[in-house]
Design a protein around this ligand. Structure first.
Ligand SMILES: [Zn+2]
Length: 324
């Protein structure tokens, strides 16, 4: 081995502590460098591996923790959704009850009969009822067992949306109902009811309808009811209204005509003296006249007449009937 070659080599000596043979390795410097380089590279790779492992491990732990948190949050949201759905159903039940009360009130105040908008409102009510049916088809709410949360959210959202549009409509309807109730109250106070006299005995001397006229002696229509009363008997208004005429009128003598609104008019004829003037406002039971025998009359009596939309009707039907 030449000196030059010797220079490229290194000797590694392993000296055992016990008695033994000295071990000599002769390797080239180049190989030694490669071995050392490999060892350093291995150590570096291991270190990076360990670092990556720990990093991933901690990320994994973090992910687990996050998942646990999300799971908790999910359960909480599901509970909240169930509650929201329950509350929505309660709200819907309340709305349906409101609708029932509404219908009862309408029946009581004869809403259809007395409200011009009744037909229109009725259609709206039907519309609302249909929407309620649609609401009901969603059944009992979210099924959290099957975990169909999306469908539950959709249903609850849908219900709430519908209720949101129904409530303002219902509010408008209730406003109309309030006006109608006031109107009905006025109707009840105005409609002619009961007797126009308060004497214990009421004697009808001539009925409503065709008869032979006691003075003219010919068969003709009698538009009212003749009640036999002595001179000066108190005559009362049978409903609230406005006196549209108080004075003398051919055939009727001293007469009072009251317009009660709602298409009703009453007439009290043959009086001796009047207690009201044209334009006066009266209530049911107000003293309006004292009976007599004025006009075309064969004896002291009160001619009591009721007109509905300008047509005379049998007063007995109104005297006898109750408030409905
Ligand atoms: Zn008469």
């Amino acid at each position: 081995m030449s000196y030059e070659e010797q220079k490229k080599m290194v000797t590694i000596k392993i000296i055992p502590h016990s008695i033994g043979k000295l071990i000599n390795f002769k390797i080239s410097k180049k190989l030694l460098k490669i071995i050392i380089g490999f060892i350093i590279f291995s150590i570096m790779c291991s270190s990076i591996g360990i670092i990556i492992y720990y990093k991933h491990s901690s990320e994994y732990q973090q992910t687990i923790a996050n998942l646990r948190h999300l799971k908790k949050k999910n359960v909480k949201l599901k509970t909240e959704l169930a509650k929201l759905s329950k509350d929505t159903r309660k709200l819907q039940t309340k709305f349906n009850k409101l609708e029932m009360i509404d219908a009862k009130i309408k029946k009581l105040i004869k809403y259809k009969k007395f409200n011009r908008l009744a037909n229109e409102s009725e259609n709206q009510t039907l519309h609302i009822t249909n929407q309620e049916i649609n609401l009901n088809k969603y059944g009992t709410g979210p099924n959290l067992v099957s975990g169909n949360v999306n469908s539950s959210i959709h249903n609850t959202k849908d219900r709430l949306q519908k209720l949101k549009t129904l409530f303002p409509k219902k509010k408008e309807e209730l406003e109309r109902l309030k006006k109608s109730a006031i109107k009905y109250k006025d109707y009840l106070a105005s409609k002619p009811m009961g007797w126009p006299i308060k004497t214990k005995e009421k004697r009808i001397t001539s009925d409503f309808g065709y008869r032979t006229h006691p003075v003219l002696s010919k068969r003709m229509m009698h538009d009212g009811l003749d009640i036999g009363v002595w001179y000066g008997t108190e005559v009362y208004a049978t409903g609230a209204g406005k006196v549209v005429y108080a004075g003398r009128k051919s055939g009727y003598g001293r007469v009072v005509v009251i317009d009660h609104g709602h298409g009703f008019k009453t007439l009290y004829g043959h009086n001796r003296r009047l207690n009201v003037k044209t334009g006066a406002k009266v209530k049911r039971g107000d003293l309006i006249a004292y009976s007599g025998n004025t006009g075309r009359s064969s004896g002291p009596h009160l001619h009591y007449e009721i007109q509905v939309n300008g047509k005379p009707v049998d007063p007995l039907d109104y005297i006898k009937q109750d408030r409905h």
